[in-house]
Design a protein around this ligand. Structure first.
Ligand SMILES: [Zn+2]
Length: 344
């Protein structure tokens, strides 16, 4: 730890306020409730601190997924990746920018509360690029359309399939083909604890001229046979619209709404597994790599020390380690970016 402390002290002088995370609260106490008999891999004891740090704002959700995933996922490698997400974590520093970040093993699963942020960021970059490329089209504007299905007792997977199929049919209808040029759609899933029913809505961001709500409602009823509730709103700010839409990518219903959380999360996993979560439709404008990458990642990231060493050093009161942790957690300044710096 002494070499790490030396490095930390050296770089502490150039701390910059460019590190952000989702939450300022770093919960470093105790290991998560892993039952090693369920998994073919078990993180080392030194990784518990790293994983507690990574999932500090999502502990309950992650613990539930650790129980639910083995019940519904046949691929043991995917389960093991999820179990190991956040292990082997290192603190890195970029001298050219003065930024810090944490790099670790990642599962890249869409249900992972932290890895999903990467998917959302990429989707946001893509949608923003498309909106920029279509901004100058006269007579067209971006709108928010919500399509709903009548409450059903059918399994959630069937309801998701029905939403997708119904939307595909709508896109073949005259009302849609004549007006909607292109866009994106995402399913929002909710659960009603009092009725015990799942419910899916399709949120659609569409580039189109005027859309008549009654005509759209009539078409939706004609396709679904029992559902007519649709909503059309103009987009006030594109940033807000993108944030709203991508916020539902892989997002499970709120844990508090679930009567049997492990079982319900399993049902949600089955519904979204191997499905495209971001539905693209219409003729999207060509987007170059330069437009869509959305990143200015420095190339001089340098490993400083294992994350557990930083956490341990901060617990003993080392000022440089505490300062870096504050930057990593966004506790030292207001953050304008939703993504944490400890995504890998
Ligand atoms: Zn992950």
């Amino acid at each position: 730890m002494s070499s790490c402390s030396t490095l930390l002290s050296r770089v502490a002088a150039v701390l910059c306020a460019d590190m952000t995370t989702a939450s300022p609260t770093a919960d470093l106490a105790g290991p998560p409730s892993l039952d090693p008999t369920q998994f073919s891999v078990e993180p080392a004891a030194s990784d518990y601190a790293s994983q507690s740090f990574r999932f500090r704002s999502h502990r309950e959700e992650r613990d539930l997924w650790l129980e639910a995933l083995p019940l519904v996922e046949d691929d043991q490698k995917r389960i093991d990746r999820f179990v190991r997400c956040g292990t082997d974590a290192w603190l890195q520093f970029s001298p050219s920018t003065g930024r810090y970040r944490v790099r670790s093993n990642v599962c890249k699963m869409r249900i992972c509360p932290i890895c999903s942020l990467h998917h959302k960021r990429r989707a946001s970059d893509l949608i923003a690029s498309v909106i920029r490329a279509t901004a100058a089209e006269p007579g067209y504007a971006w709108k928010f359309v919500t399509l709903t299905l009548k409450h059903s007792t059918r399994p959630l997977r069937e309801q998701h399939d029905r939403l997708r199929q119904s939307f595909r049919k709508l896109r073949q209808r005259k009302i849609w083909k004549q007006s909607a040029r292109c866009g994106f759609a995402v399913i929002e899933t909710t659960f009603n604890r009092s009725t015990g029913l799942w419910h899916g809505h399709l949120h659609v961001l569409v580039h189109s001229p005027y859309l008549a709500q009654q005509d759209l409602s009539d078409a939706w009823l004609s396709i679904t046979g029992d559902s007519f509730i649709v909503d059309i709103r103009s987009v006030k700010t594109t940033d807000g619209a993108i944030r709203y839409l991508t916020g539902y990518l892989g997002k499970p219903p709120s844990i508090a709404s679930l009567d049997r959380p492990v079982q319900r999360l399993g049902e949600f996993y089955v519904a979204i597994n191997r499905q495209k979560l971001l539905i693209r439709f219409g003729k999207l404008p060509e987007i170059s790599d330069e437009d869509s990458d959305g990143g200015d990642d420095p190339i001089d990231w340098t490993p400083l020390c294992p994350l557990p060493s930083l956490l341990s050093s901060a617990r003993t009161g080392d000022p440089a380690s505490i300062a870096i942790l504050k930057l990593l957690t966004g506790a030292s300044h207001a953050s304008t970016q939703p993504q944490p710096s400890d995504t890998s």
